[in-house]
Design a protein around this ligand. Structure first.
Ligand code: E4P
Length: 218
């Protein structure tokens, strides 16, 4: 399972990269705005800065909502750096853009997936990744993990190569359960990734080992 971090914060990306388990980064316009990155040139530069920190795919989202605009923006994003993956929303024009980029050999991530039907369309259009937002489904009393399970079944039925990128991951159990179901990738906050480290018995065990070592060496 690939681990992506879902942020545009360079310090957090550096910290996750230093851990040695990071496979990529996802961003979106909200995450960029949260870091105060505004203006076309600053946004493009920020994507390059991210690519220079990580060794893996970096999703950069188009703002255009029409096919021509998505193609124009996506091509500009893809030309920034070989690690850029063009992030396209699941809309009618978005599906056409996914097919266009797939035919052109440019990697894509289809975002804002909330149903199996949408996932099926993204795969048919040749998306490289497809992002079901599990946390946002949980927020409206719908189990996001059920969607991941259903998409896994459908993709396996037909051997679709589009990778299931579980997005809107909020905590460690989302990651663990996505891994059990067989999501190809998860993208989440640094807190959820680092949360996987924690177990009180590890802390207790380590304290005991160190205390015994100290006693034995007095
Ligand atoms: C996915 O690529 C999105 O950036 C993201 O996971 C959305 O998460 P949120 O629901 O926590 O905003």
């Amino acid at each position: 399972m690939k681990f992506f971090i879902d942020t545009a914060n360079l310090d957090q990306i550096r910290e996750a990269q230093a851990l040695g388990v990071l496979d990529g980064v996802t961003t979106n316009p909200s995450l960029m705005a949260k870091e105060g990155i505004t203006g076309a040139n600053n946004i493009l530069k920020h994507y390059v800065d991210i690519c220079e920190i990580v060794d893996g795919d970096v999703s950069a989202e188009v703002i255009a909502v029409d096919f021509e605009g998505m193609v124009r923006e996506g091509e500009a994003l893809a030309s920034l750096h070989p690690q850029i993956v063009v992030k396209i929303p699941m809309t009618e024009d978005g599906v056409k853009a996914l097919k266009y980029f797939s035919d052109a050999g440019i990697k894509t991530n289809c975002t804002l997936i909330f149903s199996v039907g949408q996932a099926l369309l993204a795969a048919k259009a040749g998306a490289t990744y497809m992002s079901p937002f599990i946390g946002r489904l949980d927020d409206v009393s719908t189990d996001g993990l059920d969607l991941i399970e259903d998409i896994r079944l459908v993709y396996d039925n037909y051997g679709f190569e589009t990778e299931i990128l579980a997005a809107s991951v909020r905590h460690t159990m989302h990651i663990v359960n996505c891994a059990k179901i067989g999501a190809d990738v998860m993208t989440g906050p640094l807190s959820a990734i680092k949360g996987l480290l924690k177990h009180p018995l590890t802390d207790i065990g380590l304290a005991q080992f160190l205390a015994d070592h100290k006693k034995g060496n007095q």
